[in-house]
Ligand binder design. Structure first.
Ligand code: UDP
Length: 309
């Protein structure tokens, strides 16, 4: 039975990964300091093959016994979180990635880094391909996340090249699904509760900025295929279905049958104007592409929010 450590295992993506790995027959250790994660996300996973360790991965990671895979997902990951937790965001991307890589080296484990489309910044190449180096403001409010993940990619490649660790890097584009925190400041977990309560939908700017949203189940399948591949360079995983934020707000109003109206609010600093993954690489090397359309994914997400807010 493969034994896998998931850092950030009690977070939105981490908890879905733990669930998926248990279904695949892995023994799973979820590690989380619960800064933005929550025990409620993993309560339903309790079984003999699953263990939760409360630990801050910026400190030395001790883990008894063999580990076959390390999936490093610990990090604040929404714009509001990294505005409120700038130092922790930098520390987990830098020191936390160093510790998680050190553990993978020690255990001879395969290592997968959760990186982000934020490494492309406010992109001048569209859609974004993996060979684009990005357009990031290092000293802006988002710099703490973007630069931490850029450092994390650099140290991951260094451990691969210098120490021979079997590493993978996934660049994750916008995602959504059950267990997103309602107040994390991101568009979908903001808009869905607003629509369900018939409150104004708080679109930032004129809503003309674009994003491409991938349902969480599709994303996790992509992570697993990358983990099992022999590819070491970064791979984009996301849904290329690009839309404006205004179109997203209108879709959520329509699907929920809400009476909400759109209200226009100031655009956050350095908010990227466009974002869309080029997933040719994931298609060719992993045989992966998303299968869940926005309507179906939103329906499942809305159903979860209805139960949980
Ligand atoms: N956004 C918005 N209203 C909100 C939250 C977000 O209009 O209440 C916008 C945000 O400015 C951005 C887009 O929606 O242009 C996606 O934001 P999110 O935080 O989900 O992800 P990211 O900016 O990291 O892509």
């Amino acid at each position: 039975m493969p034994r896998t450590l998931v850092t950030g295992g009690a977070g939105f993506l981490g908890s879905h990964i733990c669930e998926y790995l248990l279904e695949k027959g892995h023994e799973v250790i979820a590690m989380d300091n619960l800064l933005t994660g929550a025990v409620a996300n993993i309560e339903h996973l309790q079984c003999e093959q699953f263990k939760f360790i409360k630990h801050d991965v910026t400190e030395y990671i001790y883990c008894a016994g063999p580990i076959d895979y390390v999936m490093h997902f610990a990090s604040p990951a929404s714009p509001m979180d990294y505005l409120e937790l700038p130092i922790q965001t930098l520390k987990v991307g830098a020191l936390g990635t160093h510790k998680a890589l050190g553990l993978a080296k020690e255990k001879k484990a395969v290592f997968l880094l959760a990186s982000t489309s934020e490494v492309y910044g406010d992109p001048q190449v569209h859609p974004q391909t993996e060979d684009y180096w990005g357009h990031v403001n290092p000293v802006g409010p988002r710099g703490v996340y973007d630069e931490a993940k850029r450092f994390a990619e650099a140290i991951t490649m260094a451990y691969h090249r210098f120490h021979g660790v079997d590493t993978k890097i996934v660049r994750i584009f916008n995602t959504y699904g059950p267990r997103m925190r309602p107040k994390d400041g991101r568009a979908i977990p903001a808009f869905v509760p607003q629509a369900l309560r018939n409150e104004n939908i708080t679109v930032f700017g004129d809503g003309g900025q674009t994003r491409s949203f991938c349902y969480v189940d599709d994303l996790i399948e992509g992570f697993y295929r990358l983990l099992m591949s022999d590819h070491h360079e970064p791979v984009n995983i996301g849904n290329p279905n690009e839309m404006t934020i205004k179109e997203l707000a209108e879709a959520i109003i329509r699907i929920t049958g809400s009476k909400s109206k759109i209200s226009y609010n100031p655009l956050p600093v350095d908010d990227p104007k466009v974002r869309q993954p080029d997933i040719s690489k994931a298609k060719s090397i992993l045989g992966w592409e998303p299968t869940v359309c926005l309507e179906a994914g939103l329906a499942k997400t809305i159903a979860w929010f209805e139960k949980n807010i």
